[in-house]
Ligand binder design. Structure first.
Ligand code: PMT
Length: 399
């Protein structure tokens, strides 16, 4: 099934009896992974309520062009920019005529003019109206401007007529929408990425942590999204905004990160462990702030669970990728970690070099897998993440 992960679909509904089928269409689009916003014309609201579409889409429904409050929320220009696709279903004869003549007399037609997104139309009307030369001419005009069309289907109509004009089935419309997008290297895959540091509490105000900024993990999330994957970031505390379309699950400690990752396992095809997880945590967390006292105190630490090794040993297991942050014998240590932790691939980076690795914008790495390796030259973390995603896709293909 072609997917719509990471796609913003703006669904325009105009006033025809087929508007009731748009509720199912919203469900179908979301099932394929799309984020859906709905614009309804005044006519559409005679057939189905905005509340229904709001509940199904999970977003407020847009209805008015000249409404200051609505424009404050998300203006028609913002809606036009937000959309990756403007899908109009049903598209009535009147709506097609207004689109063909370039009218901007309500929110839907205005957004249609203002958007650079492709336009997909699902016409629906009485068979005689569909056959009318005026409608045929409008369709020719719209097609010649690059509009895509799905349907109409033929059959018995609500008015009792039989012929072409029924809105295509929601499933077929959602499939047509998905078919308009190129599918990326990880299309339809569910990717979980750990990123950033963990914090291991000593007392209510202090913790043990490290210098991971999250930049590498967040860049991987962006690259996975660009490759068409449904992407979840399990992130320790960082000062970065999550890429749009990523599901962000913030955690603090290694145990919280492990719990979160294990919960996600049933919906994970690829697991990438980029987080700098603390190997040890304090044996006990003081309930009150530790007071200054003797010249020396001793901290007792205990081993944290190994998240990536636990994931790699789970059943069924995702394709599991680890990182190796090393300061000596980079490749030997990375190879050893890959075997010990049971990984499908490991990205080895030298963190003794301050210009790459922790908290830098750049990285240089060697990716290892059983029976192969590839050096990735010094570059920005965005470009590095795209190369890693390409290698993961290749390895998955060859399995
Ligand atoms: O966040 P940035 O500032 O962009 O920096 C990026 C980075 C240097 C943190 C990143 O490129 C990197 O190397 N991440 C792995 C850091 C690390 O903890 O490496 P490690 O060699 O100690 O661990 C090996 C692997 O086991 C890693 O995939 C790690 O996520 C995982 N691990 C480690 C310990 C543990 N308890 N659980 C784990 O899952």
């Amino acid at each position: 099934m072609a997917h719509l992960f990471n796609r913003n679909i703006l669904l325009g509904i105009s006033g025809g009896i087929a508007a009731y089928k748009s509720a199912e269409l919203v469900r179908q689009l979301r099932e394929r992974g799309a984020t859906v916003r709905v614009i309804m014309t005044r006519g559409a609201r005679e057939f189905i309520t905005p509340l229904t579409l709001q509940a199904l889409s999970g977003n407020p429904v847009h209805t008015e062009l000249l409404d200051t409050e609505a424009e404050l929320g998300m203006s028609h220009i913002e809606l036009a920019r937000w959309a990756d696709l403007l899908l109009i279903a049903p598209a009535t004869a009147d709506l097609l005529a207004r689109l063909a003549s370039g009218r901007a007399d309500d929110l839907l037609t205005t957004v249609a003019l203002a958007t650079a997104a492709p336009l997909l139309l699902a016409p629906a009307m009485n068979q005689q109206m569909w056959r009318d030369p005026a409608t045929a001419a409008n369709m020719d005009t719209l097609r010649s401007r690059g509009c895509q069309v799905v349907g109409p289907a033929s059959g018995e109509q609500a008015c009792g007529d039989v012929g072409p004009g029924r809105m295509e089935d929601p499933q077929a419309i959602a499939a047509a929408a998905a078919g308009l997008f190129e599918n990326g290297l990880l299309a339809g895959k569910r990717v979980v990425i750990t990123a950033g540091p963990t914090r291991e509490a000593l007392d209510p105000v202090r913790y043990i942590s490290n210098h991971s900024s999250g930049k590498m993990g967040y860049a991987l999330a962006q690259a996975a999204i660009d490759a068409g994957a449904q992407t979840t970031l399990v992130s320790g505390p960082v000062n970065l905004a999550a890429p749009s379309h990523a599901r962000l699950l913030p955690v603090e400690s290694a145990s919280q990160m492990l719990d979160q990752c294990l919960q996600l396992l049933p919906e994970c095809d690829i697991f990438i462990a980029c987080a700098a997880v603390a190997d040890y945590r304090p044996a006990s967390v003081e309930q009150q702030k530790i007071k200054k006292g003797p010249e020396q105190i001793t901290l007792q630490l205990v081993r944290n669970p190994d998240i990536v090794a636990t994931v790699a040993a789970s059943e069924p297991r995702p394709f599991t990728v680890g990182f190796a942050a090393e300061t000596t014998a980079l490749l030997a240590h990375a190879q050893d970690k890959m075997l010990r932790k049971g990984l499908d691939m490991i990205v080895a980076n030298d963190v003794s070099d301050r210009s790459i690795g922790f908290n830098s914008d750049n990285n240089e790495a060697t990716v290892l897998w059983p029976g192969g390796e590839q050096a990735l030259p010094l570059t920005g973390k965005g470009a590095m993440a795209r190369m890693i995603v390409e290698l993961i896709a290749k390895r998955l293909d060859s399995q």
